[in-house]
Design a protein around this ligand. Structure first.
Ligand code: DGL
Length: 328
């Protein structure tokens, strides 16, 4: 996609936050730490001639990222997005999908391209340079405003609401729960593959920090322990439960779930990777007691994203509504 001369001169904001993409081994201990800056990583990309502006709010392994980090990142993006030709965030891959979702909810009008690396710098198959170059291509594309926040890894452009790190080590680790591939990037060209969607994002930054302990998140298993389940959700300001199958909740914990729903928002997601979260045709009335008791069916998001949405709703003082979409 070509750009006008003016656009070609506007720098893309590259925000580095750490992660494997920037990790070097400490000379003394050999432990890898996020060391390289965005400028150093970009300078190593042969033939990258576009102007970049670099920012570094923090440098951590993303397993240590907190709501405070993501709120700080969102505020930094909000401050720089309008003055730049797109925003790229370099982030650790372990929580990249959650960080991207947090940004999508808070900043739906700021197109943000997340990227990272599955292999550290200096090792065989290091993929950080390729992913950074592709993320910059997406961020500078005229289509970027219609893509919203995306993850750009291994040539794939994947939506923040659906992307998952599905393999612990593979370069092709990032995929989506519902098979929603927005585009691919090859030879610095963005190739759209599907129609963009419009979502009922929350669309605001909370003035107060969402509390990490506010929402209890439970992924149900067969034979759940009723007392363990009750302990896990006790005292929460909100509850997210990943149910089995199309939304099956074992009888052993149904009463505890309904008890919580009488006190706080309870959101039922599903642990299956795709498919509907209700199947009245096959199981008529199977959800009547839960819906009657105020349990909210979240049909698109997995548990971790529903937790982020509910945590933001609590911080914003807003009622939780399931994420919904329609074609733009
Ligand atoms: N420490 C992990 C993280 O920052 C490494 C994984 C990665 O960045 O690829 O998410």
């Amino acid at each position: 996609m070509t750009q006008t001369a003016a656009e070609a001169d506007i720098p893309t904001a590259v925000i580095a936050t750490g992660g494997t993409i920037a990790m070097l081994a400490d000379p003394a201990s050999g432990v890898r730490r996020p060391t390289l800056s965005g400028a150093t990583l970009a300078a190593a990309i042969r033939g990258l001639e576009v102007p970049l502006a670099h920012f570094q709010p923090y440098a951590i392994g993303s397993e240590d990222a907190t709501f405070a980090h993501w709120l700080q990142l969102a505020r930094e993006i909000a401050a720089v997005a309008d003055a730049h030709a797109g925003v790229v965030v370099m982030h650790g891959t372990d929580t990249m999908e959650e960080a991207a979702y947090f940004m999508a909810e808070c900043l739906p009008d700021a197109p943000i391209s997340f990227c990272g690396a599955m292999r550290p710098p200096g090792t065989l198959g290091y993929d950080g340079g390729r992913n950074l170059l592709d993320a910059i291509t997406v961020a500078r594309s005229p289509l970027a405003p219609r893509l919203g926040t995306v993850v750009v890894m291994n040539h794939e452009v994947l939506p923040a609401w659906d992307v998952i790190k599905s393999d612990s080590v593979a370069l092709s680790s990032f995929s989506t729960r519902h098979g929603t591939r927005i585009a691919t990037v090859h030879d610095r060209q963005l190739r759209p593959l599907s129609l963009p969607l419009r979502f009922n994002w929350l669309g605001e930054l909370p003035a107060v920090l969402p509390r990490a302990d506010a929402v209890a998140y439970v992924r149900l298993t067969g034979s759940p322990g009723p007392r363990r389940f009750a302990d896990a959700i006790a005292g929460a300001e909100g509850v997210v439960v990943e149910a089995l199958g199309a939304g099956s909740v074992p009888a052993a914990v149904r009463a505890q779930l309904l008890g919580a729903a009488a006190q706080v928002p309870v959101v039922l997601s599903g642990r299956a990777l795709s498919g509907p979260l209700q199947d009245e045709e096959s199981y008529p009335h199977a959800w009547d007691d839960l819906l009657g008791g105020g349990v909210i069916l979240e049909k698109r998001l997995d548990g971790p994203r529903a937790r982020i949405r509910l945590s933001l709703c609590l911080a914003l003082g807003r009622e939780y509504r399931p994420l919904e979409a329609d074609l733009i």
